[in-house]
Design a protein around this ligand. Structure first.
Ligand SMILES: NC(=O)c1ccc[n+]([C@@H]2O[C@H](COP(=O)([O-])OP(=O)(O)OC[C@H]3O[C@@H](n4cnc5c(N)ncnc54)[C@H](OP(=O)(O)O)[C@@H]3O)[C@@H](O)[C@H]2O)c1
Length: 439
């Protein structure tokens, strides 16, 4: 007589099931998958992000940091994803291994089914959310870049001479590189000949076209500006374009050789003196003057009582008003020059990733807080330089659109400033600047 199947014999069959036997090999498989995913995917993410940033967005400075962040985010996502899939597999095992002889077994089967579904959708979400967020950010960034514009004109500039102040780094460097690539002669007016030489070496890795000539110029010293203009008058008297690009923003009181605070002294007065010393050459050659200002001029006000003096930031003041004011002075300088018949163009390059913020000391959380701003507003130096190249090489001024009517170049097109310029301030600043040169 056959023996009735007992609960004990069912339990034995369940314990000996192939699922239980394969548990250890499945653990080994998971370990292998974890290792491969954890070592290969983040590395691939790091290198592809760095490649995309340096080759397509031309952002060199913090490509490594961005690559590391993307790799870390991906690594965390891989862990969560694999963990969720593992949970799903466990639920499946649970489902297969339920004890079919009891009511409890049926309940466990239902529970396992539900858990399987939950884990499945969680795994999909873990994969889709980061991919979706990444893709949307990429599209937004690309749309912003389209808006920022690019100079498409590649006509050769052979025989043309451009002078660029502060050409060893940032926007000046990128402008020098682009103009040289179009066969121009570029005078790199830099305060350090060593940094100028290093910049030339870097440009020469990209192009062998054009001529790059370093000449020393420290805008924080009247004597240096005078020496520089003498060198230009004797070696390149018929230059075609002067680009007043050099500029800085400081956090602590800093002064020029003549004891003016640096924003006024370098960003405005140094360039004011330079144009004054070269004015005969500029007139004789109908040379163009390009003045690199900033949209921050719209937040500025010229404080004649403290002109050239360091004034500490008021409590709660978020931006550097001394810098903003110097950029408004750049605009007024352009207006007065235009009124005197010079061919002058003023521009804002937009917020750009350059060495400009070197005197700022951001905390780690600033990077996190400002990362959306960076994504939406921060251009590469090459992208910002397009505005300088456009203003220096294209016919951007018309009768109606010029610095006196409040127009300036930004996003590679003319835009009207929101600033209410007034003639009295414009003329007074000119008079005060002449006085400061002769003081
Ligand atoms: N970056 C932005 O977001 C932004 C936005 C709006 C406007 N801008 C304007 O763009 C211009 C270029 O800035 P950037 O972003 O390219 O900054 P950057 O990377 O710091 O370059 C500034 C250049 O100016 C030079 N410079 C500073 N002080 C000088 C002095 N006393 N004499 C001669 N050269 C001097 C620097 O030389 P060293 O390397 O020797 O210091 C450097 O070559 C500035 O006028 C700035 O106001 C920038």
């Amino acid at each position: 007589m056959d023996k009735e199947p007992s609960a004990a014999s069912d339990r034995q069959a369940y314990d000996d099931s192939p699922a239980t036997q394969s548990e250890s090999s499945s653990a080994l498989g998971w370990l292998l998958l974890y290792s491969v995913a954890m070592f290969t995917l983040p590395f691939a993410a790091f290198y592809s992000t760095r490649y995309a940033l340096t080759h397509y967005l031309h952002v060199d400075g913090f490509a490594n940091t961005c690559g590391s962040v993307v790799a870390a985010v991906l690594a965390v996502n891989v862990i969560i994803f694999l963990y969720a899939v593992r949970g799903y597999e466990d639920a499946k095992d649970d489902d297969n291994n339920h004890d079919p002889t009891t009511e409890e077994g049926d309940e466990r089967k239902d529970e396992a089914k539900k858990s399987k579904k939950r884990n499945m959708s969680a795994s999909l979400l873990y994969l889709l959310v980061p991919v979706g967020v990444g893709a949307s950010l990429y599209v937004i960034r690309k749309l912003r870049e389209l808006q920022w514009g690019w100079v498409r004109n590649t006509a050769p500039l052979r025989g043309k001479v451009f002078i660029i102040t502060g050409a060893n780094t940032g926007l000046g460097y990128e402008t020098a590189r682009a103009l040289a690539a179009r066969q121009a002669t570029v005078i790199m007016a830099c305060r350090s000949m060593e940094r100028a030489g290093e910049a030339i070496r870097r440009i020469r890795q990209h192009t062998s076209e054009g001529e790059l000539i370093p000449i020393e110029l420290d805008l924080a010293s009247f004597a240096s500006v005078r020496d520089f203009s003498e060198a230009i008058k004797s070696r390149y008297p018929s230059f075609d374009c002067l680009i007043n690009n050099a500029g800085l923003a400081m956090q602590t009181p800093t002064f020029t050789k003549e004891n003016y605070e640096v924003h006024y002294g370098v960003n405005h007065l140094g360039h004011f003196l330079l144009v004054d010393l070269l004015k005969d050459n500029i007139r004789a050659n109908a040379a163009r003057i390009v003045i690199v200002s900033s949209k921050m001029h719209e937040r500025a006000k010229i404080d004649f009582d403290n002109l050239g003096k360091w004034v500490d930031r008021a409590r709660g003041e978020r931006t550097n008003s001394l810098y903003n004011n110097s950029k408004l002075m750049n605009f007024y300088h352009a207006r007065e020059l235009y009124k005197q018949g010079y061919n002058v163009h003023v521009l804002c390059p937009g917020l750009c990733h350059t060495d400009f913020f070197r005197s700022y000391n951001p905390k780690w959380y600033h990077y996190v807080l400002f990362s959306p701003i960076v994504l939406l507003f921060l251009r590469s130096a090459r992208q910002g330089a397009q505005n300088i190249i456009y203003a220096a090489t294209d016919n951007v001024n018309t009768e109606e659109k010029n610095p006196v009517t409040g127009y300036f170049v930004t996003n590679v097109k003319q835009t009207k400033s929101k600033m209410k310029f007034d003639e009295e301030t414009s003329e007074r600043l000119w008079r005060e600047s002449v006085k400061a040169l002769n003081a």
